[in-house]
Design a binder for this molecule. Structure first.
Ligand code: ACO
Length: 330
């Protein structure tokens, strides 16, 4: 056993200045503020200017997280980026960020577990630090979803926004930090949410408008049903594995895909509203950046107290899901 825990030492975010409100969307397509608010809880999203690479968001979030952790870029041993919208397949987003923040000693790789990416990355970072292989791991969840949306498809375009969230993970006092995690994948359900990249099948083409072959398509109601079940199950698993009950949990930080999904899971878990971090009214679905951005907001509001039990839980494309229970030790 180790004489230390592995936890979050610093957080940072970047939300582009430009916003897109429900009223703006009303002017672009056949939709209404009332429909979007009732069906999703969303009011606005942030959009990155088209002429900027998405990694510029991650660079800013990373710099903040490093400052917040009171370390320097040279202290970073590894950078893990979670993204569904890499600027390039090569160089990876993590290498682009490594260059821009001058993390001269860091190894770097990207992972893609869609919206569950941050929970996966936390668990990967934990393994490297627990074994003593690395001391400081920077995770950057860097998502420019506006770039893979068909803006004429009202079923999906209203849901997504751009953002980056970053954390520095390192040693904390024993008993604090990540205590339990659970990661899962359901590849047989993957066809319910697809974003073609280097290959486009006939089925992919049929689901999309012409020349929109590489945009995000989803079966909203299939994903919706999966999401409530997966978030409820993943949360229960980590709480029970830690020998705790939902009463012991101070805050659940869920992936921000739809307020009705969050409320559906909360109802099944008997969780009151004050124990759930919700930011989607201001951000929309920002994929894997949801959890680190919501964590940062909660930290700034003073909602995270040392010793609090926090559960981070997500689901997403793949399909994937996961949860991590941590004792806040920052
Ligand atoms: N404005 C107005 N009407 C709309 C809109 C819109 N923007 N979009 C759809 N509608 C209409 C539909 O056409 C339909 O009309 P019809 O009954 O005449 O056919 C009606 O509203 C109801 O549509 P539903 O699809 O049944 O609406 P639902 O209540 O299921 O909400 C939604 C749709 C918001 C997409 C929901 O299913 C959802 O949130 N699903 C989960 C999505 C999700 O979490 N994805 C994860 C992404 S994670 C990642 O990895 C990127």
């Amino acid at each position: 056993m180790h004489d230390f825990g592995v936890g979050i030492l610093g957080t940072g975010i970047y939300l582009p200045e430009k916003t897109l409100t429900n009223a703006d969307l009303e002017k672009m397509m056949d939709t209404s503020d009332d429909w979007i608010t009732r069906r999703t809880g969303m009011k606005k999203r942030h959009l990155l200017d088209d002429d900027k690479p998405a990694c510029t968001m991650g660079v800013e979030a990373a710099k903040q997280a490093i400052r917040d952790a009171n370390i320097t870029p040279d202290d970073i041993d590894l950078i893990i980026v979670t993204t569904e919208t890499p600027d390039y397949l090569s160089p990876s987003m993590s290498c682009l960020i490594q260059k821009h923040i001058h993390a001269n000693k860091a190894a770097a790789f990207d992972i893609n577990a869609a919206c569950t990416g941050f929970v996966y990355a936390m668990t990967i970072a934990q393994q490297f630090i627990e074994t003593g292989y690395y001391r400081f791991v920077l995770i950057v969840s860097n998502e420019g979803l506006s770039r893979i949306i068909d803006w004429k498809d009202r079923n999906t375009s209203i849901l997504f926004g751009d953002a980056a969230g970053a954390v520095v993970v390192g040693r904390v006092k024993k008993g604090y930090g990540i205590r339990k995690s659970y990661l899962a994948s359901f590849g047989d359900l993957g066809h319910n949410l697809t974003i073609p990249c280097c290959y486009v099948s006939e089925e992919d083409r049929q689901k999309r408008r012409k020349e929109m072959e590489r945009t995000l398509w989803q079966d909203g109601s299939e994903v919706f049903t999966f999401a409530i079940r997966a978030m409820t199950d993943a949360t229960r698993r980590v709480v029970e594995a830690e020998g705790k009950t939902m009463e012991d949990v101070a805050l659940v930080v869920p992936h921000q895909a739809n307020l009705r999904i969050i409320n559906g899971a909360a109802k099944r878990l008997h969780l009151s509203d004050d124990k759930i971090a919700v930011i989607l009214q201001d951000t929309g679905n920002i994929s894997s950046a949801s959890i680190p951005v919501a964590l940062n907001f909660s930290d700034k509001k003073g909602l995270l107290k040392k010793g609090d039990i926090i559960v981070m839980v997500a689901f997403g494309g793949g399909l994937t899901c996961g949860a991590a229970l941590l004792v806040w030790g920052k």
